[in-house]
Design a protein around this ligand. Structure first.
Ligand code: HEC
Ligand code: HEC
Length: 298
């Protein structure tokens, strides 16, 4: 709160709130005392359709309720943040409470699943109890990007096949989930020109058996050998050290149309798998790594 509010604004809120509460007290006191004892019948003199307005004092309990409410307000505002940037004597903050509740849930999870963190990932992937927890973790933390069935989508890799950008052994999968990955492919139109992009894209498509204009394949191959080999390898089978995909199979991260390839080679791609260790902690990341490994090793 304090960081959001400048000092003059904070003082404005403090002064206005306290003045309002004091004014309410005063109003109660004032109306409770004021009497127009000028008529014997104790009416205000207002009468409409035979109904007269009496000038009786408020019932005591009602009056006390008002006063107690205002007192409660003062006590509350002295204990908790609410007045401008005043933090309250108890030092309570919503973020600290959230952190505490999260720590509690984490502790409950650790108590139940902590034992699994010590198992190796392959045995873990065969443990039914652990994997049923991991399925929920996947649905909550990964499905938004990789899909509920983990089959991915354009730009988000399928995790159920045996085709890996970064590697599919259990430890590598753990690394990917824990620390994240950045897949960066630069754009090449400045170097290749428009025609060069056509040729090299056609060549890449021909590698997985697609029909493309015959005369583009040879020049495309030569361009590939000067630029693309650096990451995708001489055989175009990719390089898991830099997350460069295999271009000879029929598995595509972005799609297999000439349009999509042209777009990739022209402007490049930049893709990120966020690091999950800071969010989820060791036990959950190990459960998820085992789960993902199990998807392609049933
Ligand atoms: C914000 C979207 C997003 C979320 C959430 C996300 N991922 Fe990813 N993930 C990606 C992207 C994008 C890639 C591809 C990175 C690249 O292109 O190199 C990826 C890559 C991966 C890979 C590597 C696949 C390979 O072929 O090497 C694994 C494994 C993976 N994610 C698992 C997970 C798990 C498990 C979770 C849940 C804890 C998760 N991801 C959550 C976006 C996400
Ligand atoms: C600096 C390394 C690097 C170079 C050089 C490079 N690429 Fe890539 N390429 C990548 C990476 C990394 C990805 C994955 C991007 C991602 O994760 O989103 C990729 C992805 C691709 C894709 C998308 C594949 C799919 O499954 O959708 C194509 C097509 C491609 N590159 C073709 C080329 C061609 C053609 C060249 C040469 C003109 C080239 N690349 C040069 C690193 C490189």
């Amino acid at each position: 709160m304090s960081s959001l509010m400048s000092s003059p604004a904070a003082w404005f809120v403090i002064v206005m709130s306290v003045a309002n509460m004091l004014a309410c007290l005063w109003l109660i006191w004032w109306t409770a005392r004021r009497r127009t004892a000028n008529t014997e019948s104790n009416t205000t003199g207002h009468s409409w359709d035979g109904i007269e307005e009496y000038n009786n004092p408020l019932p005591r309990w009602w009056l006390w309720l008002f006063i107690l409410t205002i007192l409660f307000g003062f006590i509350y505002l002295s204990l908790y943040p609410g007045l401008g940037n005043y933090a309250g004597t108890r030092g309570w903050t919503s973020s600290a409470q959230l952190a505490q509740e999260q720590a509690q849930t984490q502790a409950v999870f650790e108590a139940r699943y902590g034992q699994f963190a010590k198992m190796d990932l392959v045995s873990l992937s065969k443990n039914a109890e652990a994997m049923s927890a991991a399925r929920n973790l996947f649905a909550n933390n990964c499905a938004a990007c990789h899909g509920a069935d983990a089959r991915g989508n354009s730009g988000f890799p399928n995790l159920t096949d045996n085709d890996w950008l970064w590697g599919g052994n259990p430890e590598t999968i753990y690394e990917t989930i824990a620390h994240g990955r950045k897949g960066v492919m630069p754009g090449w139109v400045a170097i290749l020109g428009k025609q060069g992009v056509e040729e090299v894209s056609a060549y890449v498509l021909s590698l997985s058996g697609r029909k493309v204009p015959e005369e583009w394949i040879e020049p495309g191959k030569q361009r590939f050998a000067t630029i693309c080999v650096a990451c995708h390898g001489v055989d175009a089978r990719g390089n898991q050290a830099v997350g460069a995909p295999n271009l000879t199979d029929k598995v595509w991260l972005y799609g297999s149309s000439m349009n999509v390839l042209r777009e990739t080679v022209t402007n490049g791609r930049s893709n990120e798998m966020p690091a999950h260790l800071p969010l989820l902690g060791e036990t959950k990341v190990r459960l998820l790594a085992a789960y993902v490994y199990g998807l392609s090793h049933p």
